[in-house]
Design a protein around this ligand. Structure first.
Ligand code: G1P
Length: 293
């Protein structure tokens, strides 16, 4: 295979959204975690908007039982729109929830065997194409967005890319960690990858932060991937095997990242984004000062 084969345009994105969201109970008993709002947009919307900005055309949601509300969110709400139009209300708030017909596909992950397994569940849709992966818990905030920055890098180097950021050393055990090679601006060569290493075994403090561009060969590796860290089928373990045969780089995102998988990160994202919103930032700042004062 020539290097040219590793530069096909990235049109498809996979969103693993089958998780149970137990950390946010009771809020997530009847509502998928991905629909919890940061200000007035559900978490998943931020990831979908980031994907669209990067030129993604086809959206694959890997869902599970109790997650169908996510699909509803991106469907046309005929009654709602007709009623709003009839009352002379603007439909602008619904604009970003519209998908082109046929561009939203769902596949089910029937058992929670791990992130690697969730991604593998999308194989029939991704076929022979490279694809992006978005973990919606990781809210990447900036302009251009994280995936747009990664696509720019992909156009230069091709192959496989992950987004990375540096964390304090004692936090590496919660993440996938890269063994870095040569650094060129925001691009780092990836020489190794390990999922949730012990602090003393971690090859660096650069962690994979929930955005990926992968070549289709990852699916063959995932098909036979055994269990790894935490007894789960880990995407990181299969990615590590790709490094020997295909280009593999990491992009350091220039922007802010909020870990919305944790309550503190969720509150931080809410506050930061509310403060940054032109329509409400000044009022939120005054309110926060009042509360703190
Ligand atoms: C997953 C990935 C890990 C990555 C992390 C980012 O872990 O397996 O490599 O660093 O997401 O949030 P999880 O959070 O599902 O344990």
């Amino acid at each position: 295979m020539t290097e040219n084969n590793f530069r096909k345009p990235v049109r498809i994105a996979v969103f693993p959204v089958a998780g149970l969201g137990t950390r946010f109970l009771p809020a997530t008993k009847a509502i998928p975690k991905e629909l919890l709002p940061i200000v007035d947009r559900p978490l998943i919307q931020y990831a979908v908007d980031e994907a669209r900005e990067a030129g993604i055309e086809e959206f694959v949601f890997v869902t599970g039982r109790g997650k169908t509300a996510i699909v509803e969110h991106f469907d046309t709400a005929f009654e709602l729109e007709a009623t709003m139009s009839g009352r002379g209300k603007s439909l602008e708030p619904l604009e970003s929830t519209r998908m082109n017909p046929g561009n939203l596909v769902t596949v089910r992950q029937q058992v929670p065997l791990g992130l690697g397994h969730a991604v593998w569940c999308a194989r029939a849709v991704t076929g022979n194409e490279p694809f992006a992966i978005f973990l919606p818990d990781e809210l990447m905030y900036g302009s251009p967005g994280c995936m747009a920055q990664m696509i720019e890098a992909y156009n230069e180097v091709g192959g496989n890319l992950v987004s990375v950021l540096e964390v304090p050393e004692n936090e590496v055990s919660s993440y996938g960690v890269i063994k870095p090679g040569a650094v060129n601006g925001n691009l780092t060569q990836v020489k190794g990858l390990v999922e949730k290493p012990k602090v003393e075994d971690a090859p660096s403090n650069k962690i994979v932060s929930g955005r990926y561009i992968l070549q289709p060969e990852i699916m063959d590796l995932l098909a036979s991937q055994g269990k790894g860290a935490g007894g789960e089928i880990q995407l990181t373990d299969s990615m590590a095997k790709l490094i020997d045969t295909q280009p593999f780089h990491a992009v350091t995102f220039e922007g802010q990242r909020f870990d919305c998988g944790s309550k503190l990160g969720f509150v931080e994202a809410t506050l930061a984004i509310a403060l940054d919103r032109p329509d409400m930032g000044a009022d939120v700042r005054a309110m926060a000062q009042r509360l703190l004062g």
